[in-house]
Design a protein around this ligand. Structure first.
Ligand SMILES: *Cc1c(COP(=O)(O)O)cnc(C)c1O
Length: 423
């Protein structure tokens, strides 16, 4: 099973052991962190290919170094497939990850001191949407909108418009790490237009659901730009990407901002892996995968609701759920994360809207179905996992019970081994 790492094994035992340890951890446990997934063997092969040796500063046909015949082929294919997947005219596939993609975008569209209107961070926004711990806040101004009602998840679009008119942002930003509902994209893009801002969505979490047509594509509702990661629901290698509906002006600014504005040489091995993942996502089977992610999340939602556990936004339209375990079971998020880890379920503690507890030990847990759906779990298995989660939390001090649950999860994992081929 581990022959693929023969060279690491003979050369560097410490790293070899850690890799095999991680391999076993992934095989024997359930991954419910909604930003994680399993990539195909083809994606991993591309990532470890000779393309890692090459410097390719610039873009296809316009590089600073020689020897770019094959790298140009790779990057052009990646860009073309990305455009096809998201039905748009421009793609920059060089951002090293989601956060650098957002930084490059801000510098492409904004001047220092300009304002971004984004989601309140405790209501699901990402660090790169203006958390005070990021350096971004030293350069740009961030103002906020929120959910109107955390029990339905409805966004307060009236307030969004009011704040937009008052602060005149250059970017109206949608997109979240911990918000489970569809948005009114038409409303948001019209608010952006009304104040002369770009409508941008950071689709990092749901890119695969958009590409797989299980969720709406913001480009169909007047959005100008999407930024994303490639390693979450999109099921590619770790990386980022920026897309625009129309090419021309904005595209040129984005290319200049990514390189040379912000990054150096692109990671061509990773861009090849992105191209392969995009190819997989263009395959008809990816639509089935994306649809199943949503069905599976709904199956988990039902079990939590039936058990009377409060879900933020009242449930989910996407791949993720946010449960108020402190409010409903009197178990802090951090303890819930640890107890579930003991039975082989990996997820993360998460702040809930207007959390009264601190960020290091918030009230909620966040979990989702992208990785277990890659593992071919259907609604039945997902409902069972949700039951086991609740059983574990309700019996968190019962060692015998937790042991039995760990065994049941180990058996499920054996039955549903992590696949290596998707198309
Ligand atoms: C994950 C995420 C990012 C950051 O991606 P990294 O690859 O971790 O840098 C940015 N925005 C959103 C909404 C995310 O969920």
């Amino acid at each position: 099973m581990h022959d693929e790492y023969a060279h690491i094994k003979s050369q560097d035992k410490e790293i070899y052991d850690a890799i095999v340890g991680e391999q076993t951890r992934e095989a024997e446990g359930l991954e419910l962190i909604p930003s994680e997934n399993y990539v195909s063997k083809a994606v991993r092969e591309a990532n470890s290919s000779e393309l890692t040796n090459k410097y390719s500063e610039g873009y296809p046909g316009k590089r600073y170094y020689g020897g770019q015949f094959y790298t140009d082929i790779v990057e052009n294919i990646a860009r073309d497939r990305a455009k096809q997947l998201f039905n748009c005219k421009f793609a920059n596939v060089q951002p090293l990850s989601g956060a650098p993609a957002n930084v490059a975008l801000y510098f492409a569209l904004l001047e220092p001191g300009d304002t971004v209107l984004g989601m309140d961070l405790s209501h699901g926004g990402h660090l790169t949407h203006g958390h005070p711990v990021t350096y971004l806040t030293k350069i740009f101004k961030f103002v906020r909108y929120k959910m109107k009602n955390p029990d339905t998840g409805e966004i307060d679009y009236d307030e969004m418009l009011k704040v937009a008119k008052e602060h005149k942002p250059k970017i109206v930003l949608a997109g979240y790490s911990a918000y489970p509902r569809e948005l009114d994209y038409t409303r948001m893009s019209s608010i952006a237009k009304e104040v002369g801002a770009y409508a941008v969505m950071d689709v990092a979490h749901i890119a695969g659901l958009i590409a797989g047509k299980a969720m709406k594509n913001p480009f169909d509702y007047g959005f100008d730009v999407l930024t994303t990661t490639t390693h979450k629901t999109l099921r590619g290698p770790r990386g980022g990407m920026i897309l625009t509906r129309e090419s021309e002006d904005i595209g040129k600014k984005i290319d200049k901002s990514v390189f040379p504005g912000f990054q150096g040489g692109p990671h061509m091995n990773n861009i090849a892996a992105k191209a392969i993942a995009f190819g997989e996502a263009l395959h008809p089977s990816f639509k089935t995968y994306a649809a199943q992610i949503l069905k599976n999340a709904k199956a988990m939602e039902k079990v939590f609701k039936d058990a009377g556990i409060r879900l933020i936004a009242g449930g989910t339209d996407s791949h993720l759920l946010l449960a108020d375990v402190f409010g409903s079971l009197n178990i802090p998020g951090k303890e819930a994360e640890i107890v579930l880890d003991e039975v082989g379920i990996t997820l993360n503690k998460n702040a809930i809207a207007d959390d009264k507890r601190g960020p290091m030990d918030p009230s909620g847990i966040r979990f989702g179905t992208p990785a277990i759906t890659t593992r071919k779990f259907s609604e039945k298995e997902c409902a069972r996992v949700a039951e086991l989660m609740i059983e574990t939390l309700k019996n968190k001090d019962d060692v015998t019970k937790k042991k039995a649950i760990r065994e049941e999860i180990r058996t499920m994992c054996k039955q549903f081994s992590i696949p290596e081929v998707f198309v």
